[in-house]
Design a protein around this ligand. Structure first.
Ligand code: AMP
Ligand code: TRP
Length: 341
């Protein structure tokens, strides 16, 4: 039996994550950690967006494995399925259905201007660009507004997609009458942009070809040690944050979030010490912070039935909301053969 969430606010929070490979500390510090920290304040829904990952994940076994592994990671990181149900996007068919409806109030030009689309298609032949990466933001808009979402906690890279979602929802409401809540992005000041450890002007990404660029939540202590050792630094030897020192600033940011210190406090803590001691302490802090998550991850991985059971609880909760909303949308647009109005 599913218990109604006991949130202190009736604000709905929705966010999603692609099951494309391992989750990094960028995903954790920019998204999952915030979802967990706020979960008892809101009426939440979290989603593993498998349909969004189909373009990059073409092996069905890998797709299945990644979905379950990401679910296990999120539960291990502290997501409590009783107050923050987690489900898989394709288990609720209304996401894809609503995306089609919304494509009718989304302009070609708007999708062409999305920076993520421009980045991913840059320099490629038309024949090498899947239309799914163009259409992607419409499906994301459907994910969000299907649930009357108020707040969308995401990293900075998703800001533009949430803005577009607002425009799409507003346009639908104008054409067919008040139907969707207009959502807002919830982007934190710190952690919203964790950068690559190798090229600190690029965001840390799990799809980076160079595994030294990211730390995965599942990396063991030796791997963390090696990756921090190899992380690039800036030319002088001071542990201080500034736009001219993106590499060290990024490492200081990671340290600060995990130690619950501001950048100024991190700077003070390491004043007079060089990069050596800084990297050593950062390594220890990362190992120590990830250890409890990794221990729980191993437990969930050993019990895939439990992960499937928790995802089914999430699906049940999401399906009730999605079916009602989609029925309302179809009634408003007039599609379907029933004599409803
Ligand atoms: P994705 O893995 O692209 O599905 O992203 C899932 C969530 O993690 C989104 O909210 C992203 O904005 C966030 N995220 C991904 N990479 C980073 C990063 N390097 N820094 C901060 N947040 C990130
Ligand atoms: N596009 C998001 C990303 O790559 C994932 C996503 C899909 C999402 N649907 C969503 C995030 C809805 C928030 C809300 O990170």
């Amino acid at each position: 039996m599913f218990m109604e969430p006991t949130s202190t606010s009736n604000k709905r929070v929705f966010s999603g994550m692609q099951p494309s490979g391992v989750a990094t500390i960028g995903n954790y510090l920019g998204a999952i950690r915030n979802w967990v920290a706020q979960q008892d304040q809101y009426d939440n829904l979290f989603c593993i967006v498998d349909l969004h990952a189909m373009g990059t994940l073409t092996d069905p076994d890998e797709m299945r494995e990644n979905i379950h592994s990401l679910a296990a990671t999120m539960f291990a990181a502290g997501l409590n399925p009783e107050i923050a149900p987690l489900f898989v996007q394709s288990d609720v068919p209304q996401h894809a259905e609503l995306a089609w409806t919304l494509s009718n109030v989304t302009q070609f030009g708007e999708l062409s201007r999305m920076t993520q689309f421009k980045d991913k298609s840059a320099g490629k032949d038309d024949a090498a660009i899947n239309s799914a990466i163009f259409f992607y933001p419409v499906l994301m808009a459907a994910d969000i507004i299907l649930y009357d979402t108020d707040l969308v906690p995401v990293g900075d890279d998703q800001r533009q997609h949430v803005e577009l979602t607002r425009d799409i929802a507003t346009r639908f409401n104008t054409r067919y009458g008040d139907t969707f809540v207009i959502p807002k992005a919830d982007i934190k000041e710190v952690g919203a942009r964790i950068m690559s450890l190798q090229e600190p002007t690029k965001k840390m990404s799990k799809s980076d070809a160079n595994a030294n660029a990211y730390i995965a939540l599942s990396d063991d202590p030796d791997v963390i040690k090696r990756k921090i050792k190899r992380a690039v630094t800036d030319s002088d030897a001071r542990v201080s944050a500034s736009p001219e020192k993106p590499a060290v600033t990024n490492l200081m940011q990671i340290y600060g979030i995990l130690a619950d210190l501001s950048l100024d406090q991190v700077e003070e803590h390491f004043s007079g010490k060089g990069y050596g001691p800084f990297k050593a302490e950062l390594t220890d802090l990362l190992i120590e912070s990830l250890a409890p998550i990794q221990a729980k991850l191993a437990e969930y991985k050993a019990n895939p039935e439990e992960v499937a059971r928790l995802l089914e609880i999430g699906r049940t909760r999401a399906a009730i909301l999605a079916e009602a909303k989609m029925a309302d949308v179809n009634r408003k647009t007039g599609v379907g053969g029933k004599l409803h109005r």
